[in-house]
Design a protein around this ligand. Structure first.
Ligand code: COA
Length: 168
């Protein structure tokens, strides 16, 4: 029997890189819970509800994938779900330090929970949510960087930003 795992993140917004990790993790795990974190310290562009909606839409064809939100400690959420595996994507060396620190902190808090890293496909290794937001703010095209539903939401966000700039 294949086990369950949690793929946590802020997903502000979800990119094709995130989707690549969800797709590949869903082939390894029977049940994959994509856990959207509130992360108020990052001051997300998209509300928690918007981020959950975009992840749900982007992953709706993938069997065994569930979307939920969480706040508080990730390991507490994992225990409440009865899940012992956390999935994270690694894109480049630059991710390693941050991910290493997070994995070891989680292990200290909960030695029974393991973090499993999947390497992002090289096609997506340069994508980040911040880059997507910067390109959007400057009027660029992110069609090759995000799922189609996210592209629509980014266009709306950009229009809203422009309306705000004109009226202020
Ligand atoms: N493809 C593309 N981009 C990726 C990626 C991939 N495979 N993997 C990560 N990224 C990028 C994201 O685009 C994002 O870019 P940005 O920095 O430009 O915004 C960045 O890497 C990380 O975003 P994301 O993957 O959404 O995760 P996160 O780092 O925001 O999530 C939590 C962190 C929520 C998992 C973590 O803060 C957490 O567990 N919080 C709960 C509190 C807790 O338990 N703390 C103790 C543990 S340290």
């Amino acid at each position: 029997m294949k086990p369950s795992a949690i793929y946590p993140g802020t997903f502000d917004p979800m990119t094709l890189g995130h989707l690549d990790i969800v797709r590949r993790a869903s082939e390894v795990f029977d049940r994959l819970v994509v856990a959207v974190a509130e992360t108020p310290r990052k001051q997300p562009w998209f509300s928690l509800e918007e981020r959950m909606a975009m992840v749900a839409e982007a992953t709706r064809d993938l069997p065994g994938v569930e979307i939920t939100s969480f706040h508080g400690l990730l390991v507490d959420f994992a225990r409440a779900q009865g899940i012992r595996a956390l999935v994270r994507g690694l894109r480049a060396f630059s991710d390693f330090e941050y991910e290493f620190q997070m994995a070891l902190s989680n292990r200290k808090l909960a030695p029974d929970i393991e973090t499993i890293f999947l390497m992002t496909s090289d096609t997506f290794s340069y994508i980040s949510s911040s880059v997507v937001k910067e390109i959007t703010s400057l009027g660029g095209n992110t069609v090759d960087l995000v799922p189609p539903c996210v592209q629509v939401m980014l266009s709306e966000k950009h229009k809203g930003q422009n309306r705000g700039a004109v009226s202020s």
